[in-house]
Design a protein around this ligand. Structure first.
Ligand SMILES: [Zn+2]
Length: 285
């Protein structure tokens, strides 16, 4: 920077910077291409909540948005928040989450406008946001201030090394507490799910090298709705057989050499430098 530090930027906004989050908490009308539907989490109020994320199409340039919480009733209707739907909705900048991409949706306002059914239609929108390596994104999260650095990104791995699978240890004590509180109010609440959310059978982590030449490797948890849904369909199989099936889909197909694999990553609100994978984009290379 040096001599240029006092001059206004000649180059306009950096296309990789997160979109500026409004400070006024008025609802905003947005158009979002849904790219991520994360695995459900136990919630004291709703039984389960899900984080949905996508690409804003109504802004000057496309940028990431995180929509949370989305409760059980909205999920039950599979017509809402389908991956690669273009959805119009109202959302407010999250009051409790400083990350620039985080908004609280007004669920009743969401209307699906269209569905991008082919890789060809999705590809330009997603690949436009593949700009940084995982090492870079992590470095920026370490150096930056919450609320100003990107907490979401699309990462093209250089080499996928594997998908680690382990039996799920069950919900944490904090998660259990939420489930217990929800179960206690079940009798009073007719709208939520009738059974408490079961922990998935397995946890999964991708291991990969990113595009940074000096990358020493990443191991990031996989929290994709589809990963949990597929596990539920494998109840007739023993652990070893089920793991073969999970690896077939999430490793051998999605990360095949003839796919241009991209991971949708996001960090955790309480651990800015800790990123997880919300889903995989895998068009033909
Ligand atoms: Zn790396």
């Amino acid at each position: 920077m040096g001599a240029f530090a006092d001059q206004p930027s000649l180059f306009g906004p950096d296309p990789d910077e997160p979109l500026v989050k409004p400070t006024v908490r008025m609802p905003i009308e947005m158009r979002v291409l849904i790219t991520v539907k994360a695995a459900p989490n136990p919630s004291q109020t709703y039984g389960e909540t899900v984080c949905v994320a996508g690409i804003r199409l109504d802004t000057e340039r496309p940028g990431w948005v995180r929509l949370y919480p989305i409760n059980f009733r909205a999920l039950e209707d599979d017509k809402q928040f389908r991956k690669y739907d273009v959805v119009r909705l109202r959302a407010r900048p999250s009051a409790t989450d400083p990350r620039p991409e985080s908004f609280r949706p007004e669920l009743g306002s969401a209307v699906s406008e269209s569905h991008l059914s082919s890789w060809a239609k999705r590809r330009p929108l997603v690949l436009d946001l593949v700009n940084k390596s995982m090492c870079q994104v992590q470095q920026e999260a370490r150096d930056g201030r919450p609320g100003q650095v990107a907490s979401m990104a699309a990462i093209r791995p250089r080499t996928v090394l594997g998908l680690d699978l382990q039996p799920h240890p069950g919900w944490s004590p904090a998660e259990k507490k939420k489930i217990d509180a929800y179960v206690q109010q079940l009798a009073l609440d007719e709208d939520g799910p009738r059974t408490p959310l079961q922990a998935p059978r397995f946890k999964g982590w991708y291991r990969y090298l990113c595009q940074s030449p000096d990358c020493r490797g990443h191991r990031q948890g996989l929290y994709d709705w589809e990963f949990v849904v597929l596990q539920r369909r494998l109840t007739g199989l023993d652990d070893a057989e089920a793991m073969v099936r999970l690896r077939r889909n999430f490793l051998e197909i999605m990360c095949a050499p003839d796919r241009d694999t991209v991971f949708y990553v996001g960090n955790q609100q309480k651990r800015m430098t800790s990123f997880i994978i919300g889903g995989v984009f895998y068009p033909p290379a």
